[in-house]
Design a protein around this ligand. Structure first.
Ligand SMILES: [Zn+2]
Length: 161
C-alpha cells in the first residue's frame, strides 16, 4: 500500500502533483496545524509540512519539506517517506478533491469536454465528487514523461546512498 499523506496549507502544488500521480493526499488551503495533525491521526497518514515550527507529536510521522520545487519535493518523499514512484497511477485521482476517478463513456461527458477532445478520445474518467472530467491528453502525456524522468533520478539517488 502506498503511503497516504496530509499536506499543510503551504503545499497545495505538491498535493496536486501527488494526486495527479494517483496518491492519496488530504489538503485544505485553510487547515490549521491542529486539523492537519487530527486528519493524519485519523487516516494513519504522513504529514507533509513546509513549516519548520510544525508541532511534532510522537505518534505521527512528520516530513518537513525543504525545497520549493515540486520535483525536488517528490525526490525527498522518495528518500524519506517510502514513496515509490513505480506505484504511481496517473489519471486515477481527482487533483481538486482527492476522489478516486471512475471511468466514463464518451456520451456521458460530451458536454464537458472540448469538441476536438470528444472527437479524438475514446475513454474518459470522471470525478464522482466534483464531476471534473479527465482524459489522456497532451498534458497527461507530458506528466508521464516527467514522471519517468523523476523516477529515474530518484532511483539514481537511492542507489547513491
Ligand atoms: Zn473532484
Amino acid at each position: 500500500m502506498p503511503p497516504r499523506f496530509v499536506a499543510d496549507c503551504m503545499l497545495g502544488r505538491l498535493a496536486k502533483w501527488l494526486r495527479a500521480l494517483g496518491f492519496d493526499v488530504l489538503y485544505h488551503p485553510f487547515a490549521d496545524d491542529h486539523e492537519v495533525v487530527a486528519w493524519a491521526r485519523e487516516r494513519g497518514a504522513v504529514v507533509l509540512t513546509r513549516d519548520t515550527g510544525f508541532p511534532d507529536p510522537p505518534d505521527i510521522c512528520i516530513i518537513s519539506i525543504r525545497d520549493d520545487h515540486v520535483e525536488e519535493q517528490l525526490g525527498q518523499l522518495v528518500r524519506e517517506a517510502a514513496l515509490d514512484l513505480a506505484e504511481a497511477r496517473p489519471l486515477t485521482r481527482c487533483t481538486v478533491c482527492n476522489q478516486v476517478l471512475v471511468s466514463a463513456a464518451r456520451d456521458e461527458v460530451w458536454d464537458r469536454v472540448p469538441p476536438f477532445v470528444y472527437l479524438t478520445q475514446e475513454s474518459y474518467a470522471r470525478c464522482p465528487d466534483c464531476g471534473r472530467v479527465y482524459w489522456e491528453g497532451s498534458h497527461a502525456f507530458r506528466m508521464r514523461e516527467r514522471l519517468a524522468r523523476l523516477s529515474k533520478s530518484a532511483e539514481a539517488a537511492r542507489r547513491r546512498r
